[in-house]
Design a protein around this ligand. Structure first.
Ligand code: GLY
Ligand code: MN
Ligand code: MN
Length: 451
């Protein structure tokens, strides 16, 4: 069976998705004692003292309802018991390409009003702005004296954001598409690397294969050759490749209808090298971590277990000389793995409510000494998370480690041997289910290989 016939398309799952959003919104409004959910898609933002606009970023609360990412000035209105309404801005404008007339699988589910100027939206919004939960940014305010100013009631946001972690089958299907697109582009990027391209050239090959411009991708591509891989958020694109070239770390995703993938792979130039063996060991450890994405499992524990696993790899390769437990306690593992094991993913690469204790608010703290973990919740079916362990050779952190008196825990000759390669990160997007996890990234790579 082909994957497309095995998995229902987003279009077939959309009505049920909307029903879930309607139910969640009804509860959220009841908690705030309000009648209407009103969500502006957002506006264009301009550079200071200039008429240049920044790339438009749609309000995530809006794209949760609609796969529309290029429609500034539109509004979603939901009143429990009624069909959702879309106020759709299609300006009269000969300077720019304006949005097409509404079309697609989502159209039949909305009452749609087309407006030509942003201000016209007001006449189609609920009459009493005081009865509305308006979710958005201040710039979206409409009406005399800003009557329709986003008020972002905390009770509404707490409820919706908490539940946004639980993806509907429609959302999983959208994430699956985003993964497929990203994986295709990863393969093209690896080919460009093997052909000797620069970071910039690899980035262009990636965009070409993804069919997405840098502003359409869900985050800035990280294309790192050699020691650049030791800079966690390396966002430069060198125009010339290093000579010789040792390694390639690519952290790049793709978008689909507003949903993101977030994928990292690391490649050795010499596939017979010890660095390749280290990549393979991290890859094996990463797959064991992905298998921990099970309902009821505490993501904080997953992060701590990852430290132990990566410290074990480093000891096997002779880089550190202490037991994994000691490495975790003393901060030795954190010097080599200085970020969180991952985060929720969905409409945003780093999904909201990673620390939410409940749908009434509250915070689940990060484990002491692990400030960069972005998710502390217990995994439940429907959650989609990244699993992204890494091992890096960062001069600054290794100096700190030595200064803190842990120099004896490290074999510095081994560090020197691996330092030219920068580091390794391997990142997949994994769905927690009632049963075994579904790894969207590995599934997409396997699908590509199967042709
Ligand atoms: N690409 C950003 C991250 O992995 O979190
Ligand atoms: Mn990433
Ligand atoms: Mn990530």
């Amino acid at each position: 069976m082909s994957p497309s016939s095995a998995t229902p398309s987003p279009a077939h799952l959309y009505a049920d998705h909307l029903a879930v959003l309607a139910e969640r919104s009804q509860t959220a409004l009841a908690r705030a004692g309000l009648d209407h959910l009103v969500v502006p898609s957002g506006t264009l933002h301009y550079q200071v003292f200039d008429d240049r606009d920044y790339p438009y970023a749609v309000n995530p609360q809006f794209k949760h309802w609609l796969p529309l990412t290029r429609n500034p000035g539109s509004w979603l209105v939901f009143t429990p018991g009624q069909r959702p309404k879309l106020i759709y801005l299609q300006p009269r404008d000969y300077w720019h390409v304006v949005p097409e007339a509404p079309s697609g699988y989502w159209v039949e589910h909305f009452d749609i009003v087309v407006i030509r100027r942003p201000e016209e939206a007001q006449q189609h919004l609920p009459k009493n702005a005081a009865r509305c939960a308006i979710l958005g940014e201040p710039q979206s305010a409409l009406g005399k004296y800003g009557a329709y100013l986003p008020n972002n009631p905390q009770a509404v946001l707490d409820y919706l954001d908490y539940h946004r972690a639980y993806k509907t089958p429609y959302e999983i299907a959208m994430l699956r598409e985003a993964s497929r697109r990203g994986v295709r582009a990863h393969r093209a990027a690896e080919r460009a690397f093997r052909a000797g391209a620069s970071e910039f050239g690899i980035h262009l090959a990636y965009c070409q294969a993804a069919g997405q411009d840098a502003t359409e991708l869900p985050y800035h591509n990280i294309v790192a050759l050699d020691t650049h891989a030791a800079v966690l958020h390396y966002t430069e694109f060198d125009r010339l490749p290093p000579d010789p070239v040792h390694s390639f770390l690519l952290d790049a995703g793709a978008s689909h209808g507003g949903y993101a993938s977030d994928i990292t792979r690391t490649h050795a130039h010499d596939t017979a090298s010890e660095f390749q063996a280290l990549i393979d060991a991290v890859d094996r450890a990463q797959q064991a971590m992905c298998a921990q994405v099970r309902a009821g499992f505490d993501y904080r524990q997953l992060h701590l277990d990852a430290h132990l696993a990566l410290a074990g790899v480093l000891r096997d390769f002779g880089v550190i000389k202490v037991a994994p437990e000691t490495a975790l306690e003393t901060g030795v593992s954190a010097a080599f793995f200085p970020h969180g094991i991952g985060h929720g993913i969905g409409l945003q690469v780093h999904d909201v409510a990673g620390f939410a204790a409940s749908d009434h608010g509250g915070t689940i703290d990060k484990p002491e000494g692990h400030p960069y973990l972005r998710l502390t919740r217990t995994l439940e079916p429907g959650m989609v998370v990244t699993i992204e362990p890494g091992v890096y050779f960062v001069d600054m952190l290794l100096e700190d480690l030595r200064d803190a008196g842990h120099g004896d825990s490290v074999d510095w000759d081994r560090v020197a041997a691996f330092r030219p390669y920068g580091g390794i990160r391997i990142e997949d997007n994994v769905v927690c289910t009632v049963d075994a996890p579904v790894n969207l990234t590995r599934e997409a790579f396997a699908g590509l290989d199967a042709g």
